[in-house]
Every structure is written in structure tokens, then in C-alpha cells.
Design a protein around this ligand. Structure first.
Ligand SMILES: Cc1cc2nc3c(=O)[nH]c(=O)nc-3n(C[C@H](O)[C@H](O)[C@H](O)COP(=O)(O)OP(=O)(O)OC[C@H]3O[C@@H](n4cnc5c(N)ncnc54)[C@H](O)[C@@H]3O)c2cc1C
Length: 345
């Protein structure tokens, strides 16, 4: 028995990851790190959550003045992960950057003072008395949130896709389980290739498929826009009801909205207005909106990601529900899933 377990743990497998958004990419990279042979299939949708997302990471739920779930462990984890992947992909997409939260009124300032004064939260946020750029209007207190920044997701996912294409392990397709990917006695057959396991990382599109239709999906639509300014921006993220994240000397992303009534990728003018109004409340100086994007965050009613093995088809898994914090949650949950299958790396 011990001998069998040992083999199972260390045998290198041939696996298929369906979906190359943030979740599928992170999982595929971790599988490669463990020495498995990984193929990716993605239907190459023009709009996906990862293609829309700002890529911000932040240990606080700023709107609700809470430390994010499991912040200690998550933030110890993903830094190393992205830094390692930058080396593998030979590119720089991981950008730690300070975030300054601007309080909207005196009540909020008091709440933040209390939050930053507790032992538990002092390591994540502190009052900020330093200089603020002249293009920022701030009336009430300002707080520095620590360990923040952003991941350039388009660059990261584009580079990884190119790597997989260069290894002839990237397939553009939308295979159905049971029809195109068939379960054999000891694995799966797809396009005349045998796979030991299949991982479904199809984001919110998983809802369209029958395989894990029973999961408690609760997707969240979001909108953001890109701006170009007439003046230079400092490498600091500002937050006051909405965030402004500089992506270049004169470019930034402004977001995001959260809505539950219409799950599509259509831009809503009322959401653009909502963001613009809040941005104009703290950004002084001219800017123009260059692109508006909307997307759907894959999420569950529990508010946490989930992984599971199919109840009838052995070795078919789903990893999904990264919500609004995919950048921090995907590396952690991908590792938990792989630990549960193969043991700790
Ligand atoms: C407006 C907005 C702002 C956001 N901002 C942030 C942020 O600042 N920070 C943060 O951490 N998170 C943010 N998010 C959330 C983040 O985008 C998600 O948590 C994450 O991108 C989800 O990745 P995913 O791979 O699970 O899903 P997706 O990115 O949707 O990827 C799913 C992939 O599966 C493929 N696919 C789907 N169906 C099939 C099929 N049948 N066959 C083959 N392939 C298929 C798709 O083509 C796609 O590539 C934001 C989301 C939105 C909408």
C-alpha cells in the first residue's frame, strides 16, 4: 500500500487544463513546476474576466474596512509565485506599488484611525502624512495600505500563451466533456491524446456547461475604464470609492463597479458615469477616457473559490470562483488543489 501511494505521489502525468484565464494559467504553471506535462485548451474568447481585470492586489477590502480573508497566508504566498513566474516567462508583469486611501468624510477617517490603531491591522495600513501629488485632491485623512500593487494580466497571460504555443501544447477549441474529451478506464482521450487528468478552469463560462452545473454560482459584473492624462502620474495607486491605478507615465485604470442584475460584457453608460463622478472627486487635471471595459467575475454564493472532483467522472476537476481577488486567490487555491491530489510539493 505504501509503495502504491509513493508511486501515485511522484509519478509525472500528462494533464489537460481547459481555460487559459488567470486560474487556468496559474494552475498550469504550478503543474509544470511539479514536472507534469501540461496541455492547454482555450476557446479564445475575446472578452473574459482576466482580459478585463485591473489586476490590483490589496490586503484590505477597502470599502468595508476589513482585512481580506486569510491575508496572512495569501500574501506570504503569491509574491514568491509571481516573481518566480516572471523569471520563467522572462518578463516583468508583477508591480508592487503603494496604495493611498483617501477618506471621503470625517466618519470614514475615524473608522480608519480605529482600524489602523489595532495590532491586527497596523501591519496592513497606517496613517499617511507624506506628500500627495498636486493632481490629487484630498480633504480628509489619508492612509497607506501596505503590500499592494498590480499584475499586468494581459502581459502575463499573453506571454504564457506564447510559451505554450511554442511548445505545441496550446489548442484553440471548446471541447465538451463526454463528447470531445472522453473518459477511459485509466484517464481521458482528447484529439487522439491520452491524459491522466483534466482540470476545468472556464471561469464564469462554467455555468454554460453541464459538468458542474450544480455549484452555487453567483457571478458579479464589473466595469472599469482606461484613461490618458495631460500630466505625469506618480507610481502610486489612489483609492477613494474607486481606484486609479497608474499603468504608465500618463495612463491609468479606473475601477470598478459591482452589479448583479445583468451578466454580460456590455458596457453601461450609467456605470461609466458612476466611475467618472467618483474619479473627478479626487483627480484634478485633464484626462480622457480611452477605453471602457465590462466583464463578469466568476464567483460563488459562499464568497470563496472552490475546487472539486466530478462526482461520477474520476480525475475530472473544477477550479473556479476567484471573484474580485483572482490575483491573490488563484495561486493559493491552485496549490491547495494540487496538494490534495499529489501531496505537498
Ligand atoms: C471589471 C473587473 C475588474 C476586476 N479587477 C480585478 C482586480 O483588480 N484584481 C483581481 O485580483 N481580480 C480582478 N477581477 C477578477 C478577476 O478577473 C478574476 O478573478 C479572474 O480573472 C478569473 O479568472 P478565470 O481564469 O477563473 O476566468 P476567466 O478569466 O474568465 O477565464 C476563463 C477562460 O476559459 C476559457 N473558456 C471558457 N469556456 C471555455 C470552453 N468551453 N472551452 C475552452 N475554453 C473556455 C475562456 O476563453 C477564458 O480564457 C476583476 C474582474 C472584473 C470583471
Amino acid at each position: 500500500m505504501l509503495h502504491v501511494l509513493f508511486l501515485h505521489t511522484y509519478m509525472k502525468e500528462k494533464v489537460l487544463v481547459v481555460g487559459q484565464g488567470l486560474t487556468g494559467s496559474v494552475l498550469a504553471l504550478q503543474l509544470r513546476e511539479r514536472g507534469h506535462q501540461v496541455w492547454i485548451v482555450d476557446e479564445d474568447r475575446e472578452y473574459t474576466s482576466s482580459k478585463v481585470a485591473a489586476g490590483l492586489f490589496n490586503p484590505l477590502v477597502v470599502g468595508r474596512l476589513k482585512i481580506t480573508w486569510n491575508a496572512e497566508e495569501l500574501f506570504a504566498h503569491f509574491n514568491d509565485f509571481y516573481t518566480k513566474i516572471e523569471k520563467i516567462l522572462d518578463t516583468s508583469f508583477f508591480h508592487p506599488m503603494p496604495l493611498l486611501h483617501l477618506c471621503k468624510d470625517i466618519e470614514e477617517q475615524n473608522d480608519w484611525d480605529v482600524l489602523a490603531g489595532t495590532d491586527k491591522t497596523a501591519k496592513w495600513a497606517e496613517p499617511y502624512f507624506g506628500a500627495i501629488p498636486s493632481y490629487i485632491h484630498s480633504t480628509f485623512g489619508c492612509f497607506l495600505v501596505k503590500k499592494t500593487g498590480w499584475v499586468d494580466l494581459l502581459l502575463f497571460l499573453g506571454k504564457f500563451k506564447n510559451l505554450m504555443i511554442s511548445e505545441s501544447r496550446y489548442i484553440v477549441d471548446s471541447p465538451m466533456i463526454g463528447k470531445d474529451i472522453t473518459s477511459e478506464n485509466d484517464g481521458f482521450l482528447y484529439r487522439n491524446m491520452k491524459f491522466d487528468r483534466v482540470f476545468l478552469c472556464r471561469g464564469e463560462f462554467e455555468r454554460e456547461q453541464p459538468d458542474f452545473a450544480h455549484l452555487p454560482y453567483n457571478p458579479v459584473k464589473g466595469q472599469l475604464f482606461n484613461i490618458e492624462t495631460d500630466f505625469d502620474l506618480e507610481p502610486t495607486i489612489f483609492h477613494k470609492q474607486v481606484f486609479m491605478l497608474p499603468t504608465g507615465k500618463r495612463t491609468a485604470i479606473v475601477g470598478s463597479t459591482y452589479t448583479w442584475n445583468k451578466m454580460d460584457y456590455e458596457v453601461e453608460s450609467k456605470d461609466t458615469e458612476f466611475l467618472k463622478e467618483r474619479l473627478d472627486d479626487f483627480l484634478l487635471g485633464n484626462y480622457k477616457i480611452t477605453q471602457v471595459k465590462a466583464g463578469v467575475r466568476p464567483a460563488f454564493h459562499y464568497g470563496r473559490p472552490m475546487f472539486a472532483e466530478h462526482k461520477e467522472i474520476k480525475e475530472l476537476y473544477v477550479l473556479n470562483g476567484m471573484g474580485s481577488k483572482g490575483v491573490t486567490l488563484a495561486p493559493y487555491f491552485a496549490e491547495q488543489l494540487l496538494n490534495s491530489i499529489y501531496g505537498r510539493n
